[in-house]
Design a protein. Sequence first.
Length: 233
Amino acid sequence: MVDSSPSELEVARDIALAMLAQTGIGAWKDANAATLNRIGISAAYLTVLLKTNLGLPGTNDMAITAVFRTQSGTAKTLASSGGTVAITLTSLGNGSMRQAATLDLGETRAALYRLDVAYELAATPTAGNAINHFVAWSDSSGASQANTSGSDAAYSGYSSNAAASVKELDFLGAHICTAQATSTVQKSFVGVFSPKGRYLNLVVDNESGAAFHSSATNCIITLTPIEDTSEPS
């Protein structure tokens, strides 16, 4: 009797295609290397589980020979000086917004990034108020959505209507303030995001109830890639 059961490769292929469809990317050629790597590893792992738990042919033919982990890659920073790209937050007033220079995440980039911030405010902010972070995505450097310019400058949106314009951007998260002013530097984990393009234009919306300190030396925005890796088990 001929065994018509699917091979490990066919099972893994079908799982990978189903996962690709769920991403909304649509085609292999449109996916970045990090996404393809994650899909391939996950499909192989799920194939092993299916064969083990469902008793498919070849149950004992495959073994996991690697341990899959994540690691932190080289961080990119946005700061008034010394960062990967510039964003001048010096004396940024309450209710005002500042946009950074365009940041290039690279042609090949991590599937996930962690966003951390360190801020120093000139006066006591209102406890519980937020400093919001929005981003415009682009496949080319420079200006992008909601009238971002791609340079370190004040952000006013369309026709000086920043409050409405910024809502067209992707919201990454907020730093929630405590009632500490200079010389305390408030540091927080804002969130994790998946990049939607190679280039990003970040906009910081200060709704803290106070202005940023007159020296932005301690104000740093850090984007750390969370990378997939594997090693022999």
